[in-house]
Design a protein around this ligand. Structure first.
Ligand code: AMP
Length: 592
């Protein structure tokens, strides 16, 4: 990883992209960007080991955009992603980074979306296609997607594609690409089958790996809180309420986020200041001085601005946005526990960032303790306790004679008991900061189980709800057994069945239950209540080119004599984590 690159200008990106990065508040390239952008701009192949949260999307999107010929409306880059959700997300990222590239077109293509829409867009001409392997293959077979003008292929989350049984499809797609193209392969892990794909298709790739600096940080108590992006501000408020903190340093990714978060904290009654690279040196120094002198207790900073910050009263570091790599994490939490003191580090992790959390634990060789979000009751209790403490302190330290007289007067004049007067005054004292704390975090999130799930994109409709939750937030849902008309004879494996259903119907693989594979067909347990449109779509979804023709087993014409499954190992529930990667096979050419 190059230590020398600390600005996007150094990466020699052109003005429109630099302008965009400035506008969206990126201060400096993340390590994976610093290492990947230069070789990709040169046209070299890259084998990158990086997970979500490292900034890898921009690491490949920026050089692709830089090298595009906008006048040529042919797909010049193809990004393969394991899920439709990621495909959409990556396409959105492209669109965002291309805001100053007029006429730029990116198209996500994935199963479950009407072919018609995709065909229309393809016909009109697009520069970048981001797709799931199954649907990209469909288009290639139908010759509705031309790869003739392709210059770059990106395999995003390659290990996830392997896990979902798409690796042969990826192999096949790569074989259809022109000889002179560049490939960037990104994967959080590098299992052998991925290395084989890299070996077969990449030419002298530059290997890029996020440095896993190991460091012990024993004087810092490390905790994490699982919270989705939409609840982070409320979660921060709760943490600030209950933690016994002196000064708090909060880390975010962008300059804009630093300013915004600081303003939002102010609006909620927590005085704070931002600290980022766009501020003048004088202003930065002033902020740090205020923090040192107890004039300020909360600072919201970017990594760049907080480099080397040494303020001994920082008792807490909050990683509001997850760091790009373990090195940044170690540096961030090193801003507390200064001058022989101890410190606290709290990390906010979205479900899809749990992998980065594990990488951090490995690098710091310390488990990071799971922390429940402080509950509303806990905050109410905390505020009450503070108030009671204040009352007793005032009684012990202030001369209250005049005020006692006032109370006695009210008692006499209005015939109200001292208790009632005290109650009214207590209400008055908490009016601006009510004891009974309320925010928008739903109470079930206070006890959210730890599970690696992806963030919902937006308010889900019936279809999305079924896909994500099977109608309920529970993996032990009522299941229905379905029959699929693909079996051993067709080359079906649990992985490619899970992959096809998960991706094409958008059902998360953890809701896909027992799979049994027979010679001619297979059975699979899926949550009850499958909407008709998903059912109809699944009939047409293909595994190894054969349509699933899904039907309910209780309605299917299977006869009484069901043969026993040939492989006992397939006759079990396949949670995502346990799905073994299929052994790499020789690539089978498909008919077009
Ligand atoms: P990714 O690892 O590609 O999923 O990116 C994770 C998040 O980091 C996204 O929200 C990006 O917008 C953000 N991000 C990527 N690169 C940078 C950067 N250089 N500075 C600040 N934020 C970034």
């Amino acid at each position: 990883m190059s230590e020398l690159i600390d600005s996007f200008e150094q990466l020699r990106l052109s003005q429109p992209l630099l302008e965009t990065l400035k506008e969206i508040g990126y201060e400096a390239p993340s390590p994976i960007q610093a290492a990947t952008i230069p070789p990709l701009l040169e046209g070299a192949d890259v084998l990158g080991q990086a997970q979500t949260g490292t900034g890898k999307t921009a690491a490949f999107a920026l050089p692709i955009l830089e090298r595009l010929n906008l006048a040529e409306r042919l797909p010049q880059a193809l990004v393969l992603a394991p899920t439709r959700e990621l495909a959409i997300q990556v396409a959105e990222a492209f669109q965002g980074y291309a805001r100053h590239l007029p006429g730029f077109h990116v198209l996500p293509i994935y199963g479950g979306q009407s072919m018609g829409i995709q065909l229309r867009h393809l016909k009109r001409g697009v520069h970048v296609v981001v797709g799931t392997p199954g649907r990209v293959m469909d288009h290639l077979r139908r010759e509705t997607l031309s790869l003739a003008g392709l210059r770059t292929v990106v395999l995003d989350e390659a290990d996830e594609m392997l896990r979902m049984g798409f690796i042969d499809d990826v192999d096949w797609i790569l074989e259809q690409t022109p000889a002179e193209r560049q490939i960037a392969l990104f994967s959080a892990t590098m299992p052998e089958p991925i290395r084989q794909v890299a070996h077969r298709h990449l030419r002298e790739p530059r290997e890029v790996k996020i440095k896993a600096s190991t460091a012990t940080v024993e004087t810092v108590r490390q905790r994490y809180c699982q919270v989705g992006p939409q609840h982070k501000l409320d979660a921060l408020t709760r943490v600030l309420e209950v933690e016994d903190a002196d000064a708090v340093l909060i880390f975010v990714r962008t300059k804009i986020a630093a300013t915004e978060l600081s303003e939002r904290l102010e609006a909620r009654g927590y005085p704070s200041a931002a600290l980022h690279g766009d501020m003048t040196q004088v202003l930065r120094e002033k902020t740090i001085e205020q923090l040192k002198n107890n004039q300020l207790d909360i600072v919201v900073a970017t990594d760049v601005a907080a480099r080397g910050l040494d303020v001994s009263r920082i008792s807490h570091v909050v990683n509001y946005d997850i760091p790009y790599d373990t090195e940044a994490y170690v540096h961030r939490i090193g801003r507390t526990a200064r001058a022989g003191r101890t410190g606290d580090a709290i990390l906010f992790v979205a479900p899809r960032e749990l992998r980065m959390l594990r990488a951090i634990e490995k690098a710091t060789r310390q488990p990071i303790e799971r922390m429940q979000l402080p509950t509303q009751e806990a905050i109410t209790g905390h505020r009450l306790a503070q108030f009671k403490q204040q009352v007793s302190e005032i009684l012990g330290s202030q001369d209250l004679e005049f005020f006692q007289e006032v109370v006695a007067e009210i008692e006499r004049e209005q015939e109200i008991s001292a208790q009632d007067i005290a109650a009214a005054l207590t209400w008055l004292a908490q009016r601006d900061r009510p004891f009974q704390f309320e925010d928008t975090i739903p109470s079930e999130l206070e006890r959210l189980p730890v599970r690696p799930e992806r963030e919902p994109r937006s308010a889900p409709g019936r279809r999305e709800r079924f896909a994500r939750e099977g109608g309920k937030r529970d993996t032990d849902l009522d299941k229905v057994t379905y029959r699929l008309e693909v079996g051993h004879q067709h080359g079906a494996t649990p992985q490619n069945i899970v992959g096809a259903i998960a991706n094409e119907a958008g059902i998360e693989s953890r809701y896909i239950g027992r799979i049994e594979i027979y010679d001619q067909y297979s059975t699979v347990d899926l949550p009850d209540g499958m909407p008709k449109e998903i059912f109809q779509h699944l009939k047409k979804v293909r595994v190894r080119q054969y349509p699933l023709k899904i039907s309910r087993l209780d309605e299917a014409d299977v006869g009484d004599q069901r043969p026993a499954p040939r492989r006992a190992s397939t006759a079990k529930k396949i949670p995502r984590e346990e799905t073994n990667p299929p052994v790499a096979r020789k690539v089978r050419k498909r008919d077009s």
